[in-house]
Design a protein around this ligand. Structure first.
Ligand code: ADP
Ligand code: ASP
Ligand code: MG
Length: 417
């Protein structure tokens, strides 16, 4: 059996949802689990709803109405009348969302975030599943929160593999078309958790691993994995093959076409991952599997925006050595801040950080108590895998470089935007 993942862009309007059937006609669908993300930019809209709710902003009601209208508009494009039960189902999900907000007593941002933001996937899968049933692609809708079990690290939950595997094997019919949500899961107390922004690719990886699937295909608005994000680099080229380890490197440094956590479970069972275009579903795309690093071999460019470069030095000119470094790292861990790049000298230590969860201010207070701290926010981390001199020259042109690092296969630089 196979696992497909359709992301936000592939279900962003009625035409896109209709296009899913074109993909299924080409690929077949009798043995398929489809993982679907929230439609278009719904997750961003729900994040705004959480912020508005917590800051008691009067625009909350407006935001909810706008999001509902967006989905109703998609439904109207998919169904001839408003009679089908899907209209009531979606209406009920919005009622549930408002009830969740009204009844909530917690003040924990991350917890509230997951309870609210998860509605994006619940709504999208309800619409896609009902539409497919309506046009003859009979399928079963599954609640991913009953399948993927995690700890209670809201917004960045860790999978409990044993429990998840048991449930998935028990509840997913491999000889059927099933539709479920990406990104969402639940903890021991059945509160909703999420797997991190853009985590639906990872959900597909989890399902594929637990079901020992034959393959995973993630359907994107690009022809496959390119040697750079076409939104940021000119003349990008398609990579027809990428190895698991190369894909992990590219994704880790910020090639957002694949969520970095997706690859590991697939690699463990050698399940191939295909990155394909939902606009041209019969083209080859990229295959990620065992083999040489990449084909064709060429420099790959990655940029991660909105990073923080921080340099720490000791207050008394003593060395920055093992014990301070381990203390610094445990602070990063405690504040949930991801480290992208490290460079140290005798009395100074620089790191490029990704503050995904907005915890930098708190960390800074702690660091300033112990070290002399200098930092730049809003910097970009540029990476070239398999660099050439020419590639470096072109990239560095006109940039204000703050830090540079070159290893055997990887060139990295932190620059001001
Ligand atoms: P989804 O609809 O699944 O959420 P994403 O928007 O997360 O899809 O991923 C697709 C986008 O990833 C593309 O539109 C492209 O701009 C971006 N991207 C970043 N790096 C690459 C790359 N190396 N190759 C192709 N696309 C890339
Ligand atoms: N809807 C979630 C997000 O936008 C998960 C995903 O799309 O992968 O982050
Ligand atoms: Mg996405």
């Amino acid at each position: 059996m196979r696992v497909f993942k359709f992301g936000g862009a592939s279900v962003k309007d009625a035409m896109a949802v209709k296009n899913v059937t074109k993909v299924l006609d080409i690929t077949g669908y009798s043995d398929l689990l489809i993982v679907v993300s929230a439609m278009g930019k719904t997750t961003n809209a729900l994040e705004q709803i959480v912020d508005s709710y917590l800051s008691k902003n009067p625009d909350l009601h407006e935001l909810l109405i706008k999001l509902k209208k967006y989905h109703l508009n998609i439904l109207d494009g998919l169904f001839k009348t408003r009679q089908p039960p899907v209209f009531v189902k979606v209406e009920n999900l919005f009622v549930d969302l408002e009830t969740t907000l009204a009844r909530n007593k917690s003040t924990r941002y991350d917890y509230i975030y997951d309870q609210v933001v998860s509605f994006g996937e619940l709504i999208s899968t309800t619409i896609v599943s009902e539409y497919l049933n309506d046009v003859g692609y009979k399928n079963q809708w599954l609640d991913a929160r009953e399948l993927i079990k995690t700890d209670s690290s809201y917004r960045d939950a860790e999978v409990n593999w044993e429990n998840t595997q048991k449930r998935i094997i028990e509840k997913v019919n491999k000889n059927n078309l099933s539709i479920t949500q990406g990104f969402i899961s639940s903890d021991e107390n059945n509160f909703t958790t999420t797997l991190g922004r853009e985590g639906s690719d990872y959900s597909a990886g989890i399902f594929a691993y637990c079901l020992s699937a034959d393959s995973v295909s993630i359907w994107k608005d690009v022809p496959g994995v390119l040697n750079g994000d076409p939104r940021r680099f000119k003349d990008t080229q398609l990579l027809s093959h990428v190895s698991y380890s190369e894909a992990i490197e590219l994704a880790f440094y910020g090639a957002s076409v694949i969520h970095p956590k997706t690859i590991q479970p697939l690699q463990r069972k050698e399940i191939p991952l295909y990155v394909k275009s939902f606009l041209n579903p019969d083209t080859e795309g990229t295959s990620v599997k065992k083999g040489q690093p990449l084909d064709p071999y060429m420099p790959c460019y990655i940029v991660k925006k909105n990073q923080i470069l921080i340099s720490l030095s000791s207050l008394d000119f003593s060395f920055i050595v093992e014990d301070n470094i381990s203390e610094i790292f445990s602070l990063f861990h405690q504040y949930h801040i991801k480290v992208d790049l490290i460079q140290n000298s005798a009395i100074s230590f620089s790191v490029c950080l990704d503050d995904k969860f907005d915890h930098f201010e708190g960390l800074l207070v702690k660091l300033k108590a112990k070290f002399k701290v200098t930092y730049n926010t809003n910097v970009s981390l540029y990476t070239i895998r398999h660099f050439t001199e020419k590639a470096i020259q072109t990239l560095e042109k006109d940039k204000e470089i703050l830090l540079k690092q070159i290893t055997r296969e990887t060139y990295q630089m932190v620059a001001k935007d």
